[in-house]
Design a protein around this ligand. Structure first.
Ligand SMILES: Cc1cc2nc3c(=O)[nH]c(=O)nc-3n(C[C@H](O)[C@H](O)[C@H](O)COP(=O)(O)O)c2cc1C
Length: 200
C-alpha cells in the first residue's frame, strides 16, 4: 500500500473487537518503531508504557472518561510519557547527548523558561504519535489516539516517581466490523487544500 492509501484508510477506531489481539511480533516491531521516532536534537524525552496487563488496562480505562470502552476492548494501550521537568531532561538525556545537541540546547533552549522548555519536550512526544499512527496504519493495526485521559490519575498509577508524566495514550487492536467510524461508513472530513496548503 502506498503512504497515500494508508493515510486514506487509517482512522480513529471507536469500537474494538475484544476477541482480536495484536501479535507478539507486531508488538516487537512497534517497540522498535517507537524507539526510532525522530526528535529535535535527538532529544528523545519520552517513555512509552505498553499496557498489556488486562487488569492495568481496565484500571486506566476507568480514568479515561469517554474512551473507557475503547481501552477495555482494545488489545493494548500505549501511554506516551514525557520527562516532567527541564532538570530531568538535562540530567537524564542532555548529559549523554552529542556535542552538537548540547551546544544547541545550551544556546537556544536552556535560556528559556521552564514552561517553554517543557512545552518543547512535549512537542517531541507528539512527533512520535504521528510516526506511530502511520506505522500502525501500514501494519493493518487499528488505533485510537487519545488526549481524553485523566493524566493526573494516570500518573498516580504509572508515574509515581514523578520523573515522567503522561501526555496522551493510543489504544491499538482490531476494529469491530460494525465500527461506525471506519471510512467505509464515515468518510473522512478534512479542510479543503486551498485552506491548509499554499504553494508559492
Ligand atoms: C492528539 C489527538 C488526540 C485525540 N484524542 C481523542 C480522544 O481522546 N478520543 C477519540 O475518540 N479520538 C481522539 N482523537 C481522534 C481525532 O478526533 C481524529 O484523529 C480526527 O477527528 C481525525 O479523524 P481520523 O483520525 O479518523 O482521520 C485524537 C486525535 C489526536 C491526534
Amino acid at each position: 500500500m502506498s503512504f497515500l492509501e494508508i493515510a486514506k484508510s487509517r482512522y480513529t477506531t471507536k469500537k474494538y473487537d475484544a476477541t482480536k489481539s495484536v501479535t507478539t511480533d507486531q508488538l516487537e516491531q512497534l517497540k522498535q518503531i517507537l524507539q526510532l521516532s525522530p526528535s529535535s536534537i535527538n532529544s528523545q524525552p519520552w517513555k512509552f508504557t505498553i499496557v498489556q496487563s488486562p487488569e492495568l488496562k481496565d484500571l486506566l480505562a476507568t480514568k479515561s472518561a469517554f474512551n473507557e470502552q475503547k481501552i477495555k476492548d482494545a488489545s493494548h494501550l500505549i501511554v506516551f510519557n514525557v520527562l516532567s521537568t527541564k532538570e530531568n531532561y538535562e540530567k537524564l538525556r542532555l548529559a549523554n547527548a552529542a556535542e552538537g545537541s548540547k551546544m544547541y540546547y545550551n544556546n537556544f533552549l536552556k535560556p528559556k523558561s521552564e514552561e517553554e522548555v517543557t512545552a518543547w519536550l512535549k512537542n517531541q512526544v507528539y512527533i512520535s504519535l504521528g510516526f506511530f499512527l502511520a506505522a500502525c496504519g501500514s501494519m493493518g493495526i487499528d488505533a485510537t489516539p487519545m488526549e481524553g485521559i485523566d493524566t493526573g490519575e494516570f500518573d498516580k498509577i504509572i508515574n509515581q516517581d514523578g520523573i515522567y508524566k503522561s501526555t496522551f495514550a493510543v489504544a491499538i487492536g482490531h476494529r469491530d466490523s460494525e465500527d461506525a467510524n471506519q471510512p467505509s461508513q464515515n468518510p473522512k472530513t478534512r479542510l479543503a487544500q486551498e485552506i491548509v496548503i499554499e504553494v508559492r
